[in-house]
Write a protein that binds this ligand. Sequence first.
Ligand SMILES: Cc1cc2nc3c(=O)[nH]c(=O)nc-3n(C[C@H](O)[C@H](O)[C@H](O)COP(=O)(O)OP(=O)(O)OC[C@H]3O[C@@H](n4cnc5c(N)ncnc54)[C@H](O)[C@@H]3O)c2cc1C
Length: 507
Amino acid sequence: MQIVWFKRDLRVDDNAALSEAVERGPVLPLYILEPDLWTGRDMGARHYRFLTECVAELDCSLTKLGQPLIVKIGGAVGVLNELVLRHPVEAIWSHQETWNAWTYERDKAVRKYLAKKKIPWHEPPQNGVIRRLNRRDGWSKKWLLNMRQPLVNKPLAMVKIEEKTEVLPNFEGIGLKDDHCQKRQKGGRQEGLSYLFSFLDERGQHYSRKMSSPVTAYESCSRISPYLAFGSLSVREVFQKIEERKEVIAKDIQIEAKNWSRSLRAFSSRLRWHCHFIQKLEDEPQLELRNIHSHHDKIRNPQFTHKKRGFFKAWKNGETGYPMVDACMRALISTGWLNFRMRAMLMSFSSYHLWLHWREPALHLAKLFLDYEPGIHWSQCQMQSGTTGINTIRIYNPIKQGIDQDPKGEFVRAWVPELQGVSDTHIHMPWLASGRLVNYPNPIVDEKVARRTAAKALYNLKKGEGYSKIAGQVVKRHASRRNAKQSLKTNSRLKKTKDSQLKLPLD
Ligand SMILES: Cc1cc2nc3c(=O)[nH]c(=O)nc-3n(C[C@H](O)[C@H](O)[C@H](O)COP(=O)(O)OP(=O)(O)OC[C@H]3O[C@@H](n4cnc5c(N)ncnc54)[C@H](O)[C@@H]3O)c2cc1C
């Protein structure tokens, strides 16, 4: 018997682990609910509810093939050991997982246990991320080749086996609290396909123009991220659907081909970014926990003072007094999703204006993003906090972002009802409006002062001794080859710049 251990690949289509195992005889399809993973500080009830929907649909698909999903609750080593004692297990199959620090340690324990039992563990890759990669050179080409491989056919049938299954408890049953995500996306492959096709057929036409504003992004972005994060969709199948759509557009003169091809190109690049970021965590698991560039240890303390705890609380509750920041946080709490630019602004506001170390705010966002994908999340949180040492520092001005991305204040008024009565002129600076605002706070920091102070501190750090040398090492290890030269240039330029001329782009 083969055991197929489903992790973040909750589908039967294009699933190499499942299809390869089925070719070798009877298969026990297994999902292990690991309570210690689900009560980690980066997980929330929204993720768990989404998971239960994905698992239910996976169970239906497997039942149609002849063998329902077997669910077990407990630690992976204990569960596998019990199964190994009861069944003649020849091998374990699961996709090659790059997830958080907890799963990394768990996999090490599983590997040790299986080696002791002399049971092989096969882990086919599922998304173009390369394990034990020595050099970043040529990564994009390899990724493209991988994406162009034919999809793996789903098995035609499975042999029925005898094993008891357990029922997934509800979120409270594993110790999670309700996180009030009333407007979240539903889990499962059918939902994921429906988001993908509605995007490729209609919603995506003006994607590249409309992705930055939260007024339009909820409709114009694909919203497939949670389905990729849970593996209800594979990156390869999405890539190939884009290629098919590109061909249709190239032939059809009726379609506004220019908009579509620009949007599809942008969409396709982002799929590559998806894997590019996960590759960083695969290459350096510590980036979830430590500053990528170690000199940043000197400037922000992960332990918050009383004052910083107050800032953090205001940011988490959407009560900073900056309407765009507060609207984004509240929208995220309710929907589980936010577009890229607004995620970056939230993180930037916390790291620069409030001068908070990124780790606690990033844990908080991980809990709120339904699509939490550690490889992307931790790299992005560090990038938006300036701690990679190689990316251009972008400090988002929340007032400017509000004026640019929500000029009429529609988004702000929808999520911050306290500002209903404020005019369009003052909606992003309500403290300038005449009359007192009821229940809405004054800004917790002075935007301009906080931004300039942060820029100066970063600038001083960057020109310090040894900074560029470490940045060069980070470039070698993590930068996409397209951006590597630029990253090195940015660093040397910063080194030469005088203190009085801050060359950090302020967005
Ligand atoms: C601080 C911060 C944290 C983030 N955390 C996550 C996370 O935990 N999980 C996650 O999937 N994305 C994360 N992102 C990236 C990005 O914001 C989301 O992927 C995107 O908003 C998801 O919506 P969508 O599916 O509609 O994306 P689309 O714009 O439709 O893009 C399609 C797919 O491409 C990938 N993608 C898009 N933008 C990026 C990007 N900048 N980097 C890497 N991949 C990208 C995603 O898989 C996405 O589903 C984060 C960004 C920031 C700034």
